[in-house]
Ligand binder design. Structure first.
Ligand code: ATP
Ligand code: MG
Length: 606
């Protein structure tokens, strides 16, 4: 490919609004063009990268035994109603809309394909003898993301590889999951991504076991906790830490003091209170109140119930809502929870008789539905908390005395977000470190959530109908491209891993007006292309410095420079984008072989 016949609209300008390195570089290198918020065109250079990623993903999925199919983006709303996911998806599920009664009102743009693929399994997989089956596609997804962000990292339209496994039993699912997990490791390694697989929360997709594949970089929107010894890694949405009841509270062995009220006018926030009390947040208990709305059984009759759930966490810790909600769901297993939201100020006042900021756990248990006590609070002695009286706090608060640790109201659980320096839950003693990361892939053990809801069954060994045991596995192809740039760039531009580079080799003709230079560069280009190498020839009539800047920016890994001076000495220069200082000189006749050697060596190293 010749640059003069290609479209590479590079620019020196750093686009405003772009902060993530991948976003800036993809725009500057002419890989993508924004059409509207969360919508991007891939220009020819960018599309080549996306296609290479796609080829790797497809190859590894096929190697793992998955079968490729292609399902429609347009989906009937009815299929989402079968699984009850219209509500769970909320605004993410994009509906076509239209006049009442029109088919469009009953049609959505697929954000994912569990429903559609389960419908296929229901139709064609009827016996255990046909299982296991893993079906995958590479298809455009649409999601009503509220905040598209960081270029192609979060968009409203993106390319996903999604795979779905169908097994006859739990052991089968475990095996299918492992095969996908291993395939993902190969995919991300081949794409040049430094990744970690972390334990993850399953969110709206469902299921109980899941792992996310994360690329650790500042541009990410997720935070992961990774153990320094490598024995544990989890998304902070679900990460837990080592807990030992005797080491948690510095004061846990001190003799409990009586409760004393302290006047703290206007000090409702933890830091303000600490300043007044002369204590630290770690000695405080935060009392977080949630309004509960549920359906509960009352003497065989279902009644709508409004009450409170209270969470207690240490002043220096944050409540983890994902973990907290799971605990509440288990604690209220007999009720259908219709709503659980941070309490309104009026509701807080009604419960505590005090203004917001002065709630405390003492005497609260009898007035609430559940008191969820973080493990670290359950061992506190002589702590401080709100006094349930406006402008007052109390000291001497002691777990078990001033609020119950057992009985039908109290639940002790891990409901806080891990912090940097917490210990790995494995008990190894290694510290957890918090890092920001980009999620590039996600694997789930779904179980029977979709097959049960959609009555997708097969006949098992005993001839009995049984729902499929399913797994689902997603990879964001666009995110791979952006994450690869996040992990592989310098101040001058992108440094593509060879495997997904838009071109493997860039031949730069430094003096295109010189007939010998132009001819040699063109010949090298043609010979490399004939040898099956992806090669771009910069044949533009531009200054050398300008061409080198563009070369750095677009990041082609291998560079062959043909200049007048060195050619006069019978040589061309071969350099690598990653190690610009190291030059290799070769005669034009041997350059093609030298380049092919570099590609072969990189291949065997990958
Ligand atoms: P996130 O939490 O980042 O929104 P998700 O959990 O919704 O992601 P999944 O439903 O598991 O994502 O989708 C599988 C993969 O698709 C993700 O791992 C990610 O790589 C990609 N992906 C998801 N949402 C987007 C998006 N809005 N833009 C680009 N890629 C996305
Ligand atoms: Mg999402």
């Amino acid at each position: 490919m010749r640059w003069t016949q290609f479209l590479v609209p590079t620019t020196k300008e750093t686009p405003k609004d772009a902060t993530a390195a991948s976003h800036v570089l993809m725009l500057r290198a002419g890989l993508i063009r924004q059409l509207a918020a969360g919508l991007y065109s891939y220009l020819p250079l960018g599309y080549r990268v996306l296609r290479k990623v796609e080829a790797i993903v497809r190859e590894e999925m096929s190697r793992a035994g998955a079968l490729e199919l292609h399902m429609p983006v347009l989906q009937p709303l009815s299929i989402w109603e079968e699984t009850g996911r219209t509500a769970a998806m909320g605004d993410v599920l994009l509906r076509l809309g239209g006049p009442a009664g029109d088919w469009r009102t009953q049609t959505v743009l697929g954000p994912t394909h569990e429903e559609v693929v389960t419908e296929i399994a229901r139709a064609y997989l009827s016996s255990y003898k046909q299982l296991p089956v893993n079906l995958f596609q590479i298809q455009t997804k649409f999601r009503g993301e509220a905040r598209p962000k960081s270029g192609v990292l979060r968009t409203r339209e993106f390319l996903m590889k999604d795979a779905y496994s169908f097994d006859a039993d739990k052991a089968g699912l475990d095996a299918s999951y492992q095969v996908m997990y291993d395939a993902y490791c190969r995919i991300f390694s081949r794409c040049g991504l430094p990744y970690v697989a972390v334990e993850a929360d399953s969110g709206a997709i469902g299921g109980d076991v899941s792992h996310e594949f994360m690329v650790l970089t500042d541009a990410g929107e997720d935070t992961v906790a990774v153990s320094e010894s490598g024995d544990y890694a989890a998304n902070t949405e679900r990460a837990t830490s080592w807990y030992s009841s005797c080491s948690e509270s510095a004061d846990s062995n001190a003799a409990p003091q009586p409760l004393t009220q302290i006047h703290t006018p206007g000090a409702g926030k933890v830091d303000d209170v600490c300043a007044v009390l002369g204590t630290t947040p770690a000695r405080m208990i935060k009392t977080l109140i949630f309004d509960l709305h549920s359906l509960r059984d009352s003497g065989g009759k279902e009644i709508e119930w409004r009450g409170w759930v209270v969470a207690l966490v240490r002043g220096d810790h944050e409540l983890n809502e994902v973990k907290f909600r799971k605990v509440v769901k288990t604690a209220l297993a007999d009720e259908l929870i219709l709503g659980l939201e941070m309490a309104t100020p009026e509701s807080i006042e009604k419960l505590t008789d005090a203004k917001v900021g002065f709630a405390g756990p003492q005497n609260l248990a009898e007035r609430v539905d559940k008191l969820i006590i973080d493990r670290d609070v359950s061992v506190m002695t002589n702590a401080y908390s709100g006094a349930n009286r406006t402008d007052y706090h109390v000291g001497g608060v002691t777990a078990g005395r001033d609020f119950p640790l057992d009985g039908d109201k109290a639940v002790i659980a891990d409901i806080r977000t891990v912090v940097d320096g917490d210990l790995s839950p494995t008990g190894s003693g290694a510290a957890l470190r918090l890092k920001t990361a980009i999620e590039v892939g996600h694997v789930f053990k779904l179980g029977t959530k979709y097959s049960e809801a959609m009555k997708a069954q097969f006949l098992n060994r005993d001839g009995k109908p049984q729902p499929f045991i399913m797994g689902c596995y997603g990879i964001g192809l666009n995110r791979i491209v952006a994450a690869a740039i996040e992990a592989n760039h310098d101040a001058n531009g992108i440094i593509w891993p060879l495997t997904i580079a838009p071109f493997e080799v860039l031949v730069i003709s430094l003096d295109p007006r010189d007939e010998h230079v132009a001819r040699t560069a063109a010949e090298l280009h043609d010979q490399l292309a004939a040898a099956g190498v992806d090669v771009l020839l910069d044949d533009r009539d531009e200054r050398a410095g300008f061409k080198f800047k563009d070369a750095d920016l677009i990041g082609v890994p291998i560079r062959v420079v043909v200049g007048k001076k060195s050619l006069a000495e019978g040589q061309v220069e071969i350099t690598l984008r990653r190690t610009p200082g190291e030059k290799q000189l070769a005669s034009p006749a041997s350059a093609v072989e030298a380049v092919r050697d570099l590609i072969r060596n990189a291949g065997s190293g990958a």
